[in-house]
Write a protein that binds this ligand. Structure first.
Ligand code: DC
Length: 208
């Protein structure tokens, strides 16, 4: 079974996807971490994420087994990831790994932006998690504050809106719900409520 979980930044898709993987005993892949790793590699080498050549080189030499999550969570790396993700060659370079991961037995949950549309269009279950930009900014702000950073709320909101705009408007694999996705608006839901709705949906797909 493959479960695709897509959605905009800070919608709670990572938390939901991890919880679904635990619930169904499936492998889990955070595909955003791949793009973040590419963005981080370019930044660490003193390069510019807009430089297609540098981004492609980083994508082609990416070692997914070397990804350390704690290096990837800053806003600067998220922004760089969103920039390199516009590049179609970078996207193609990361596709094989994602598709091979999705075929692992007994199945996998992948979270990202284009899992249900491009990476795994045949996924048995597709969930598009969303929430208003304000709610997502509030969650991201609290998360950053918890980690000791004290960002300005307005700056976090502006960053989320800029990232949404870039992810939605790019020509290749833009952030849009698959035609057959279940859209889950988590704005007014707790984590547990969102998980319960997602499980109820997946159960209908298993039955069908
Ligand atoms: O989910 P995230 O915030 O870690 O993703 C960081 C960026 O990576 C996001 O702004 C766009 C890009 N991304 C993508 O284009 N496709 C994916 N499947 C996952 C992430």
């Amino acid at each position: 079974m493959i479960i695709a979980v897509d959605g905009p930044a800070a919608a709670g898709k990572g938390t939901l996807a991890r919880a679904l993987a635990r619930h169904y005993n499936l492998h889990f892949l955070d595909t955003g971490a791949l793009y973040r790793m590419v963005g981080l590699s370019v930044l660490a080498a003193g390069g510019d994420p807009h430089d297609g050549k540098a981004a492609l080189k980083a994508a082609e030499t990416l070692r997914p087994d070397r990804i350390r999550d704690e290096d990837l969570r800053s806003e600067a790396v998220g922004e760089a990831a969103s920039v390199v993700a516009v590049n179609p060659q970078v996207r193609t370079a990361l596709l094989g790994f994602q598709r091979a991961f999705a075929r692992k037995q007994p199945g996998a949950v992948l979270d990202g932006r284009d899992i249900g549309t491009v990476v795994c269009p045949d996924a048995q279950a597709k969930i598009f998690v969303t929430a208003s930009a304000e709610v997502r900014a509030r969650r991201r702000h609290a998360e950053l504050a918890e980690r000791g950073a004290a960002p300005d709320f307005a700056a976090v909101l502006a960053d989320i809106q800029a990232r949404d705009e870039r992810d939605r408007s790019r020509a290749h694999a833009p952030l849009i719900p698959a035609a057959d996705a279940y859209v889950l608006d988590s704005s007014a839901l707790s984590r547990e409520e969102a998980l319960a709705k997602a499980i109820a949906y997946v159960e209908t797909r298993k039955a069908g």
